[in-house]
Design a protein around this ligand. Structure first.
Ligand code: PRX
Length: 633
């Protein structure tokens, strides 16, 4: 849990069989090699993919921190993810196996997926979507979501996927910021046996951000929804048109052309649009997946994240397809209808690698060992964890009960901004529960003090990345100053990237992530900004001012506490409390709903008027208040 790094120092060694057969059996050697000449190392990795035209320069750092990778190279990530496989035996291999929450199933060979993507790409093109246009996608975990992403990328459009758990205002803000004229959504999504009314939310968001001219709606749940004539079209009608031919020319992109924008929470204000590009991103995501999860042709890979987050972008959609792997995707809740749903699917589909978040593991652990023990999980070879520090108890359960002490756990530390795994074991690296272990080859990280000097082993410090890497974010969409300010200003002289996490290194060089040092809260592994939740609260007429903090929680990692000053004329009550929770659910999304709302008369502020969330947190947790010398009164 974010504020409680564990102290265990037990070693877990990977089975010899796994090490011997791994793509990278010797981490140390490969790390040292990459360290000697990182650019040559990355050029070699890029050489494993196909390019329409080769790059002239691996890295251009002349305008740092606006780094460019594989400069002059011509490519399209969809060429590597789909087109090239169609020319090989892989055309008949399964690319995607999917199960819906109600139990319906679909599977896509590479050939079928390629055709579906082409059909939809032709639809988008015929609607006038061009290279560089932004397309917002707001859907549940159904095959049309990756198809829409790949179709956009194929024609050079920039996709902006908004997680289906966000609500009206969050979606409206993201549409507005990206200025998307096209929105792709569904009538609904299945979750815990109920329908999430995506279309209704989309309608309200478009009402608030009327830049959208066309809405394309996938029929998933089948209930009646409002369709606005001239604006809204059914997906199935469009892909049945003659224009939707199963072949489609792939747009030739520059390596540095944008691939997608993904909004994520930062320290202040509105979510920022993290921008990734075609060239470096494909190289880095495919290399990391291949080496960390040791993907082989016979594998069935299950990344249980949502495509609406970076984990899904990189490791459900792009990297597995580039590697020609078989991926599994499941629509719904892990416990629906019973807590054995995941284990049943692992057995049924013969999943070999499972990658999920600590919060999901803790959630399933709660139901006891009997549920997984009823299933044959012997197909599993490797396990993975992401999103927040994994506590040793959850690690051990995952290792013992799910992996039967045979499957090493790859605890991968990374971020929306990094595009791919940064600190992570490879299957050959001995593990310590709770540590993300070592940097990936080609990556240099350190733990430093406020001046940027390395702190000694065992001391808490700030996590920095010392050298650029191919899948780094290129900018904050439409706000280059914020990109420089947020990530590069703190250690300007040294040129270090500020990750926003605190961490420590132990005597063995193993890295232990502690948690965020900014106003970002990780709730069930989801990343939320205090500012987003606070502006959700103050958009209610009863709230004059609000402050939000994250408080450690057994299950979710953190939960949200909110402190509200009421507008005069309103009085605290149970009803108002409930109403405010409903309001946040509506405006921001269910994941942002505070566990507790407290009505207060004032908030602790610095003399310059900044809310001291640190103090609120100390009070909420019953901890010493620390330095209060900057407090206004
Ligand atoms: O605080 C770290 C935490 O998640 C943050 C990044 O969140 P997001 O951009 O949503 O990406 C999550 C999925 C890549 C980081 O700054 N985090 C992520 N992975 C880990 C982690 N904390 C500890 N251990 C991890 N393995």
């Amino acid at each position: 849990m974010s504020d409680m790094p564990n102290k265990t120092n037990d070693w877990f060694y990977p089975p010899e069989e796994i090490v011997k057969n791994a793509h990278v059996p010797d981490y140390e050697a490969v790390y040292a090699r990459a360290q000697r000449d990182p650019l040559e190392f990355w050029a070699e990795r890029a050489g494993e993919l196909e390019w329409f035209e080769p790059w002239e320069k691996v890295l251009d750092d002349s305008n740092a921190p606006f780094y460019k990778w594989f400069v002059g190279g011509k490519t399209n990530i969809v060429h590597n993810a789909l087109d090239r496989h169609i020319q090989t035996w892989r055309r008949n291999k399964l690319a995607l196996i999917w199960e819906g929450e109600p139990g319906d199933r679909q599977s896509f060979s590479y050939y079928r997926l390629w055709q579906e993507v082409n059909r939809f790409a032709n639809v988008l093109r015929s609607m006038g979507v061009k290279k560089g246009d932004r397309v917002t996608i707001y859907m549940g975990r159904i095959p049309e979501l990756p198809i829409a992403m790949l179709a956009s990328a194929k024609i050079g459009a920039i996709h902006s996927v908004v997680y289906g758990g966000f609500s009206e205002q969050a979606l409206a803000d993201r549409i507005e910021d990206a200025q998307s004229k096209v929105l792709i959504t569904a009538d609904g999504a299945w979750l815990r046996g109920k329908i999430v009314p995506l279309k209704e939310t989309a309608d309200e968001a478009v009402h608030r951000s009327p830049v959208v001219e066309t809405m394309i709606v996938v029929k998933r749940t089948g209930q009646d929804v409002y369709m606005e004539p001239g604006r809204d079209f059914w997906y199935h009608d469009l892909v049945a048109l003659p224009i939707a031919s199963p072949t489609c020319e792939t747009e030739v992109m520059d390596a540095e052309d944008p691939l997608f924008i993904l909004y994520t929470s930062g320290t202040t204000g509105k979510p920022k649009g993290v921008l990734h590009t075609h060239g470096g991103y494909q190289v880095y995501t495919s290399t990391t997946l291949k080496w960390v999860f040791d993907i082989k042709d016979e594998d069935r890979w299950w990344c249980a994240a949502d495509p609406g987050w970076i984990t899904g972008h990189s490791y459900i959609v792009y990297a597995p397809l580039i590697l020609g792997a078989t991926s599994f995707m499941y629509e719904g809740a892990p416990t629906h209808p019973y807590p054995n749903r995941w284990w049943k699917m692992i057995e049924h589909y013969g999943i070999t690698i499972l990658y999920t978040a600590p919060t999901a593991i803790r959630g399933l652990m709660r139901f006891g060992d009997a549920w997984p023990n009823r299933h044959d999980l012997s197909s599993l070879r490797l396990l993975g964890s992401v999103g927040e520090p994994i506590n040793p108890e959850a690690w051990r359960w995952y290792y013992t009960v799910i992996g039967k002490e045979r499957c090493p756990i790859m605890d991968t530390w990374w971020q929306t901004e990094t595009g791919g795994f940064m600190i992570t074991p490879l299957p050959s690296v001995p593990l310590k529960p709770g540590s993300a272990t070592r940097p990936f080859p080609g990556i240099e990280v350190d733990i430093v003090d406020d001046e940027g000097n390395p702190v000694s082993p065992g001391t808490d410090g700030t996590l920095v990345i010392k050298k650029p890497w191919p899948s780094m974010l290129r900018t904050v969409y439409g706000d280059p100053d914020r990109y420089v300010e947020q990530y590069w200003s703190k250690y300007k002289d040294k040129g270090y990237y500020l990750a926003g996490d605190s961490a420590r290194k132990d005597e063995d060089g193993y890295i232990w992530i502690i948690g965020r040092i900014d106003d970002v809260i990780k709730v069930s592994g989801y990343r939320l900004g205090t500012a987003e939740i606070e502006s959700g609260l103050v958009s209610h007429p009863a709230v004059a001012e609000a402050a939000v903090i994250g408080v450690p929680d057994e299950l979710k990692g953190n939960i949200i506490y909110a402190y509200c000053i009421l507008t005069s004329g309103f009085t605290p009550s149970e009803e108002l409390n409930d109403e405010l929770k409903q309001h946040v659910r509506h405006e921001v999304g269910p994941i942002a709903v505070p566990a507790k709302i407290e009505f207060v008369d004032s908030l602790p502020k610095t003399r310059s008027g900044k809310i001291m969330r640190r103090l609120l947190k100390a009070r909420a947790m019953g901890l010493p208040e620390g330095d209060t010398s900057t407090l206004a009164d």
